[in-house]
Design a protein around this ligand. Structure first.
Ligand SMILES: [Zn+2]
Length: 338
């Protein structure tokens, strides 16, 4: 069976896998993206790290680059898909650079590279190998450090002018006087409340205002809001144990999630919404609770889609990268060849 290289460029992990045409991943090697970026401090730091990982992977599997069909990449954004570069990514330690990925790898490895945004790649992976199989209208929403999306409408992968047509996490869910400022600079965005970084911030806001008394009794009291990774993990732990503060905050989060999902439904009319990302994978039952509020926000007569937790989980982007090679989206070809 034909094989390819699949790559997942995340803000913390850089993973490179060896994939087969049927979506099987044979082997994966990884490094820390932040360390790779700091090591070289130039526009090629990510590409050279990928090149090294590819060589390691091929050597230990006894495969020559000649046997590889191509390279698929799902990456953090923002991207300029046409040029195959990551443009000043806010979530990397050196964020004022344009990271050249596609051209460097094509020249060095002599293989065609297809690179798209990570969530766009993930939705393509779900369509070919996961919960999106058999559907023509699929949205993928990820809940991890941020909130991202990938969209397929009538079998067409939406890309937009530069490949960034899917920033669903930045829809405004709160226009009130205390609206939180999002990492992107905007006010009251969904991501600022319900992502891995957002959950500690909505907790902080409510602990200082309407839920002050419940917070006093909560085991979260005293935990550093800025240590967002640990805080969010503890939040779900105490939520599952029934802590009243966590339950009250989570009810608000469910409402914001319902508003965000309603927007997704109105914009794209999906048959299925697949929910991925570490927060959703680790707290699947809780994350799906927003469904109890969805009717309040969706226009009557509009189909409420099926909501499913991603069966591909942590491998959605890598599997999507395989699909980028063997089933390159026509919209991508149109964009890069234009
Ligand atoms: Zn935002």
């Amino acid at each position: 069976m034909r094989c390819c290289i699949c790559v997942d460029i995340g803000a913390t992990r850089l993973r490179v896998g060896l994939g087969l045409e049927d979506g099987t991943i044979i082997d994966v090697v990884e490094t820390n993206t932040r360390e790779a970026v700091i090591k070289r401090r130039d526009e090629y730091s990510i590409a050279t790290a990928i090149e090294e990982l590819v060589k390691t992977l091929l050597a230990r599997n006894n495969i020559g680059i000649g046997e590889v069909e191509g390279i698929g990449i799902g990456s953090i954004g923002p991207l300029d898909v046409r040029r195959g570069v990551i443009v000043r990514p806010p979530n990397l330690p050196i964020s004022d650079l344009e990271y050249v990925v596609k051209r460097y790898l094509e020249e060095r490895l002599g293989k065609k590279v297809v690179m798209l945004n990570d969530c766009v790649t993930a939705v393509w992976g779900e369509k070919w190998y996961g919960a999106g199989k058999g559907y023509s209208n699929v949205v993928y929403v990820t809940f991890s450090t941020g909130i991202g999306g990938g969209v397929i409408v009538n079998d067409c992968l939406l890309l937009g002018a530069d490949g960034n047509a899917h920033e669903v996490g930045h829809v405004t869910v709160d226009t009130g006087p205390n609206a939180l400022r999002c990492g992107c600079g905007g006010l009251g965005h969904w991501e600022a409340y319900c992502s891995g970084v957002g959950i500690p911030r909505i907790c902080k806001l409510l602990s200082e205002t309407e839920l002050r008394d419940l917070y006093q009794q909560s085991p979260l009291n005293g935990l550093d809001f800025n240590n967002y990774d640990l805080f969010t993990r503890k939040f779900f732990e105490y939520l599952k144990l029934g802590d009243a503060f966590c339950k009250a905050v989570f009810d608000r989060i469910c409402r914001y999630n319902a508003i965000g999902m309603a927007t997704v439904i109105h914009y794209y009319n999906p048959e299925i919404v697949i929910i991925g990302g570490s927060i959703a994978i680790n707290n699947s039952r809780e994350i799906l609770e927003f469904r109890k509020y969805i009717d309040s926000y969706v226009m009557r007569g509009i189909r409420i889609p099926e909501f499913r937790i991603s069966p591909l989980g942590d491998f959605a982007i890598l599997k999507g990268a395989i699909a980028l090679v063997f089933n390159t989206p026509p919209t991508y070809l149109k964009l890069v060849e234009a």
